[in-house]
Design a binder for this molecule. Structure first.
Ligand SMILES: Nc1ncnc2c1ncn2[C@@H]1O[C@H](COP(=O)(O)OP(=O)(O)OP(=O)(O)O)[C@@H](O)[C@H]1O
Ligand SMILES: [Mg+2]
Length: 391
């Protein structure tokens, strides 16, 4: 095997802009989603006419563009509201990271009322609710709440939050519309009949992508991600076929395309050829850091995700403990002692998931465990998602 150097990798003749393969925003908008987009526009348009929309339900398996398209639509709706001088606030909450009613409510408050900082920890549900009803009691204010990955909060904390939101317009002056997104087919099982009667009437379904649809999606990204002539339509077609046969997941399809490019670079070739696809598919499953994550215990995962989400280059153990406690609160899990967490940090280091050593940390002005994470942003995002899904 030939040795690689950073310089040789940087001289790569393949990538133009790799990050685009992992961005939520497609370079030329969402393809093959006109039907869903139109349905959603029809459902949400009443907001611009001054009425609240009651509980739209968006459903679809992973990687079908739910989050991305909805965030796009929220932006469009806001722009339209500005033009029409409507006081509209849109709020996006990912429930997989916010699994209790209280953290969801304070999360919403933080977005609606950014001048004030609402604490992630320490508030009771009663306190959060009374503040919620106070802030959302403004005549003429419209609010659109989008609760993504809602199955997590339903499984963890029950459907109280949905029930409350379905009735909220009777109690406050602002007009509150709710849209929930789920990727669990059995989500209905977690919603009690009393809530179901208000929720889930309007369903917008994001179906898995077919091979032809994935082909178009991949080709748009490939144009930006790779240098001209690096990847052929035949390769893209094969990747699309493989992923369409699995789950029709656009995210996975782009990962496979990226894996082809990586293998190609490793072989010092300048063109991605058809024969690399199978090898790339196998190597995807062997990603070491990701394989290791699945073997972690729940608290190790919580600590690792705290590190993954920290943007600092060198982190202090004590900072990680603080973030870990907040994460625990979000997931509705009781935190362990700082001493236990310190020993987990040593274990994560031994497993090779992080680099750490005890020493003087100038930014913290003290001796502490210094933690460094060496992961590219694509693997980092993948790891965060993997952990969120498995806690
Ligand atoms: N129709 C599309 N056109 C272009 N890109 C798409 C399309 N659908 C999905 N993607 C891309 O696939 C990736 C996954 O999309 P997104 O996160 O919106 O899926 P999701 O349905 O929310 O998945 P999950 O259920 O796992 O949260 C993103 O990078 C997104 O830009
Ligand atoms: Mg999503």
């Amino acid at each position: 095997m030939e040795t690689m150097t950073f310089a040789s990798v940087l001289k790569n003749p393949i990538y133009n802009k790799r990050d685009v393969l992992y961005s939520l925003e497609p370079p030329t908008g969402f393809l093959h989603r006109t039907g869903q987009k139109n349905e959603l526009i029809m459902e949400l348009a009443p907001i611009l006419m001054g009425s609240a929309v009651n509980c739209v339900f968006v459903y679809g398996v992973p990687g079908t563009g739910k989050t991305g398209l909805l965030l796009d639509l929220m932006k469009e709706l806001e722009q339209e509201a500005v033009k029409k001088k409507i006081d509209l606030k849109t709020v996006y909450i990912n429930c997989s990271e916010n699994r209790t009613e209280t953290v969801i409510l304070t999360g919403i408050l933080n977005q609606i009322n950014p001048e004030r900082e609402y604490p992630k920890m320490g508030w009771t549900r009663t306190k959060a609710l009374s503040e919620f009803n106070k802030v959302l009691n403004k005549e003429g204010m419209q609010v659109l709440l989008v609760l993504d990955e809602v199955d997590y909060v339903l499984k963890e904390a029950g459907d109280d939050i949905l029930y409350r939101l379905s009735r909220i317009n009777n109690d406050v002056k602002s007009k509150i519309s709710t849209l929930v997104i789920s990727n669990d087919v059995r989500v209905g099982d977690y919603i009690k009949p009393r809530t179901q009667s208000a929720f889930g009437r309007v369903k917008v379904i994001f179906s898995p992508y077919t091979s032809d649809e994935l082909f178009d999606i991949l080709r748009e990204r490939a144009k930006v991600a790779f240098k001209p002539g690096v990847i052929t339509d035949a390769v893209i077609k094969k990747v699309a076929e493989i992923e369409a046969q699995r789950n029709g997941d656009a995210r996975k399809a782009m990962e496979l395309m990226d894996s082809c490019a990586k293998i190609c670079m490793g072989k010092k070739r300048s063109k991605i050829t058809l024969d690399l696809v199978e090898e790339a598919d196998k190597s995807l499953e062997r990603d070491q850091a990701l394989a290791m994550i699945t073997t972690l215990t729940q608290h190790q995962k919580l600590i690792y995700v705290s590190i993954l989400k920290n943007e600092e280059k060198v982190m202090a153990g004590s900072d990680i403990y603080r973030i870990y406690c907040e994460e625990c609160e979000s997931y509705n899990i009781k935190p362990l002692s700082e001493r236990r967490v310190r020993s987990f940090l040593i274990e994560l280091t031994e497993m090779g998931l992080i680099d750490s050593e005890v020493g003087w940390l100038a930014t913290a002005k003290k001796k502490t465990r210094k933690i460094v994470l060496n992961l590219d942003s694509a693997v980092r995002n993948k790891a965060i998602k993997l952990i969120r899904d498995s806690i």
